[in-house]
Design a protein. Structure first.
Lengths: 256, 284
C-alpha cells in the first residue's frame, strides 16, 4: 500500500494547491444545511423587524385603541362588557394581526429578495415557515401577552386571563399561517390589502369561534380545555398544510 | 478532511474487490463520484477514475491505484449544460418569442440582446426556472428540469433587476443571509473578502439603505465571489456601476467562463470581444 499512499500524497498536495489557487467553479452536490438557512432567515427577519419598530408596534397600538373605543362607544357597564369581552378581544386581535399581514412578503417582493428566496436550493415551504414564525413572534405573541391587560379594561374576570392569553397565542399562530397564504397570493398586486382581507377573513372564522369560545367558557367557569384542544388541532393542521400553500402561492405570485 | 474520506472509500472498495476477484490482473478501471466538502468550504461533487492493479512483486497482494490526473477536476468540472427547446412565451397577447432553442455549456458567456420590451428579462426568468407559464422544455445536464431542479438551483446564481439587497441590513448582514441560504456555515472572512473585492471595504457595517444605488448593486455583485455557483444568470448587472466597476465585472465574467462556468447576461453595455462570448438576439 505504501506505493499507492505515496502517489496519493502527491495527488493530495497537488489538488490542495489547485483548490486554493484557482477560483474554483464546481458542480455542487446534494443540498444541505437547511437548518443553517432556516436559522439565518429567522435571524434576518427578526433583525429587520426590530430595526423597524414601528411595524411591530402598529398592530399592538391598533389593538389597544380599538379595545379602548368599546367602553366609550357602547357603555361602561361592567356586566355588559364582561359578556362581550371575549368576542371583542378576539375580533380586535384578529384584525390587528391581519393589519400586519400585508407586509409579510411585500418588502421581500419589492427589493427582489423574494426571487432569491424562491431560487434558494432549500425547500421553499420551510423557508416561508420561518418567515411566518417571525410574524407570529412579533405580532401574535405580543398581542396574546397584551390581551389580559386590555381584558382588565373590559372587566374580564381575573380567572380567565391565562386562558385568554393562551387561546390567543395558539389561535394567532393559526391566523399567521392561514393569513400568510393570502399574503403570498396578493403580494404581486398593487392594492392587495383589501383583497387579502376578503380572502383570509372567512378562513379565520373557525379559529375565532373556538378562541372566543375558550374565553367565554373560562368566564362561565366551564372547562376551556375542549376549545383549547380544538385550537391546538387547528394549529397542527395549518402547520402541516399551510407551508405548502404558502410556497405554491408565492410561486404563482412570482409567475404573475 | 474530505480527501481522506475519499481515500478511505477507495481503500474499502479495493478490499471488497480483492475478496471477490482474488487478484485477477488487471483489476480494471473504476469510476466513482461523491459529494463532499472541499478545503475552501464549497460543496462539490468529486469524481475520480482510476486503474486498479496488483503489485506483482508484493507477497501480501498489495494494490496499486493509479488515478487519472487530475483526481479532482476543479478547473474543468463535470461539464455543465443548460438547454432550452422550443421555448415560446406570450405576455398580454403579445408573442415575445417562439420556437427558441438555447444551448449553453461550460465556458460560455451568452449575451441576450434585443430592444427594450423584447422579453430579455422574461427569457432569463424562464432559464433560471422561475417562470412556469411558458411552452417548451428545459434540460440541465441533459436531464429534464423537473427531475433535477434542486441540483440546478444549487448551481444557479441569479441576479435580477432588483438587487435583492435589504435596505435595513448592512452589506455584511445581507451577504450572511445569502451565504446561509446556500447552506454554508457563516464565514465572515469570505464575506469581507467578497465586499473588498467589489470595492465596498469600509462600508461593511453601514445600512445598505444609506449607500448609493451603485453601491447597493455592488453588494449584490459581491455574491458572485461569495458562493461558488457554476451558472450565473445576470439581468443588467452593469446598471449603476461606474467605469472601473464595469471593467472589473467584465473581467470577473470572463474569469468565470474561463474556469468552466457559464454566464447568461443581458446588458446594453458592449462587452469586449472574446471567443467565449456568444450572442443571442431576441425580438427579430
Amino acid at each position: 500500500m505504501d506505493n499507492c499512499m505515496g502517489q496519493n500524497k502527491a495527488q493530495e498536495n497537488r489538488t490542495q494547491q489547485g483548490v486554493t489557487s484557482t477560483s474554483c467553479v464546481g458542480v455542487q452536490g446534494a443540498r444541505g444545511g437547511l437548518s443553517i438557512a432556516l436559522g439565518a432567515t429567522l435571524k434576518r427577519d427578526l433583525l429587520l423587524m426590530l430595526r423597524h419598530r414601528g411595524e411591530v408596534l402598529n398592530p399592538l397600538v391598533f389593538f389597544a385603541l380599538v379595545i379602548t373605543l368599546f367602553p366609550i362607544g357602547i357603555s361602561p357597564d361592567p356586566a355588559l362588557l364582561t359578556r362581550i369581552a371575549p368576542g371583542l378581544l378576539w375580533v380586535a386581535a384578529l384584525l390587528a394581526a391581519l393589519l400586519s399581514l400585508d407586509s409579510l412578503f411585500r418588502g421581500d417582493f419589492d427589493d427582489g429578495s423574494l426571487e432569491q428566496l424562491l431560487l434558494a436550493p432549500q425547500p421553499l415551504a420551510a423557508l416561508s415557515l420561518a418567515k411566518v414564525a417571525v410574524h407570529w413572534l412579533l405580532t401574535g405573541l405580543p398581542l396574546a401577552l397584551m390581551a389580559p391587560l386590555l381584558g382588565i379594561m373590559l372587566s374580564l374576570p381575573a380567572g380567565s386571563y391565562a386562558i385568554l392569553a393562551l387561546s390567543l397565542a395558539l389561535g394567532s399562530a393559526s391566523l399567521s399561517l392561514i393569513g400568510a397564504i393570502g399574503a403570498a397570493l396578493t403580494v404581486g398586486l398593487a392594492r392587495g390589502g383589501v383583497l387579502l382581507s376578503l380572502l383570509v377573513l372567512p378562513l379565520y372564522i373557525p379559529v375565532l369561534i373556538f378562541g372566543a369560545g375558550a374565553v367565554q367558557a373560562a368566564i362561565m367557569g366551564d372547562g376551556a380545555g375542549a376549545h383549547l384542544a380544538i385550537l391546538g388541532a387547528l394549529l397542527a393542521a395549518s402547520l402541516a398544510l399551510a407551508p405548502w400553500g404558502i410556497a405554491a402561492a408565492l410561486r404563482i405570485s412570482i409567475n404573475g | 478532511m474530505f480527501f481522506h474520506t475519499v481515500f478511505v472509500r477507495v481503500y474499502l472498495f479495493l478490499n471488497t474487490v480483492k475478496g471477490f476477484f482474488s487478484y485477477r490482473e488487471p483489476l480494471g478501471r473504476f469510476f466513482f463520484s461523491e459529494p463532499g466538502l472541499y478545503p475552501d468550504g464549497s460543496r462539490q461533487e468529486a469524481a475520480a477514475a482510476a486503474t486498479l492493479s496488483r503489485i506483482p512483486t508484493s507477497e501480501q497482494g498489495a494494490f496499486r491505484v493509479e488515478f487519472d490526473a487530475p483526481l479532482f477536476c476543479l478547473e474543468r468540472p463535470l461539464s455543465l449544460s443548460l438547454q432550452a427547446r422550443k421555448l415560446a412565451c406570450e405576455r398580454d397577447d403579445r408573442q415575445l418569442f417562439a420556437e427558441l432553442d438555447v444551448d449553453i455549456t461550460s465556458g460560455e458567456i451568452v449575451r441576450v440582446e434585443g430592444p427594450n420590451g423584447c422579453g430579455k428579462t422574461t427569457l432569463l426568468k424562464i432559464l433560471s426556472g422561475q417562470l412556469s407559464d411558458h411552452e417548451g422544455a428545459l434540460f440541465w445536464n441533459g436531464r429534464p428540469m423537473r427531475e433535477v431542479r434542486e441540483a440546478f438551483l444549487s448551481n444557479l446564481l441569479y441576479l435580477g433587476h432588483a438587487p435583492g439587497v435589504k435596505a435595513g441590513l448592512s452589506p455584511l448582514e445581507n451577504l450572511a443571509w445569502y451565504q446561509a441560504l446556500s447552506g454554508e456555515r457563516s464565514g465572515e472572512n469570505k464575506r469581507l473578502d467578497a465586499l473588498e473585492n467589489v470595492g465596498l471595504a469600509g462600508f461593511e457595517d453601514v445600512p445598505a439603505g444609506q449607500l448609493s444605488a451603485g453601491q447597493q448593486r455592488r453588494i449584490a455583485l459581491a455574491r458572485l465571489r461569495l458562493t461558488p455557483r457554476a451558472l450565473w444568470v445576470l439581468d443588467e448587472p452593469f446598471t449603476a456601476i461606474d467605469r472601473d466597476g464595469v471593467a472589473a465585472l467584465e473581467a470577473t465574467l470572463l474569469a468565470h467562463a474561463g474556469a468552466g462556468g457559464c454566464v447568461i447576461v443581458t446588458t446594453h453595455h458592449e462587452l469586449g470581444a472574446s471567443t467565449r462570448l456568444r450572442r443571442l438576439p431576441l425580438g427579430q
